[in-house]
Write a protein that binds this ligand. Structure first.
Ligand SMILES: [Zn+2]
Length: 220
């Protein structure tokens, strides 16, 4: 299937406007227009082009002034309105994009961290000391993080793969509800605080993705 498939408008007024745009000529003669329709644009055979021009003249969609074809006022107005609507649509899309980008840029690590760490775990995260956390990040570009917390003789692991959007971890706080909702437990929170200290860009990138593209992530 072609990437871009376009068909000229099927209704006569819009088809006339479309031809006018394509031709890029303000005032063609009848032979000019016939030549354009059948040879240059290859839209129809010459006999059909003749028929099309006659119908357009009969319906007042073209005006013949001394063998020069002009657009009637009604079509000129229609063209101006369509152009205006299109400009507004493009402007609107542009404004929305800028707004979205600004919102993304404005959000910091702490904003995302607050969103992803449940309220009840906030104080628990800070009980875990940074010195008890060990991070293994072979290459930040690969977005693979292995975090290990060693506390009271226990070792707790968190594995994150940013390229395949996977986070794996096991502990009593990381319940299935938290996994489904893509929320952190205190250990994952602590790992991210540590990552923010060592590799702030990677920490923000992963956290932003986990919040903004939540549906892509699989926590288990
Ligand atoms: Zn945990």
């Amino acid at each position: 299937m072609p990437i871009f498939q376009f068909e000229p408008p099927s209704n006569l007024p819009d088809f006339v406007l479309y031809i006018w745009h394509c031709m890029g000529k303000e005032s063609p003669s009848i032979p000019d227009l016939k030549f354009f329709l059948s040879f240059r644009a290859k839209l129809m055979p010459p006999s059909k082009a003749q028929e099309f021009i006659e119908n357009a003249l009969r319906d007042g969609l073209l005006v013949n002034k001394n063998n020069i074809l002009l657009l009637p006022d009604t079509l000129q107005t229609r063209q101006a309105e369509q152009e205006q609507a299109e400009k507004e649509r493009i402007q609107q899309t542009f404004v929305q994009q800028v707004r979205k980008e600004k919102a993304l840029i404005a959000k910091t690590f702490n904003d995302y961290f607050r969103e992803i760490l449940p309220e009840e775990y906030k104080s628990k995260t800070f009980v875990i000391k940074l010195k008890d956390i060990r991070l293994e990040v072979p290459d930040p570009a690969l977005e693979k993080v292995k975090g290990t917390i060693t506390t009271e003789g226990k070792t707790i692991e968190v594995n994150i793969d940013g390229k395949s959007n996977k986070l794996t971890h096991s502990c009593e706080f990381f319940t299935s509800q938290h996994q489904i909702a893509r929320k952190f437990c205190p250990h994952i929170g602590a790992i991210f605080r540590s990552l923010q200290k060592d590799l702030p860009d990677l920490a923000l990138r992963l956290l932003r993705s986990m919040v903004e593209d939540k549906a892509k992530w699989h926590f288990s």
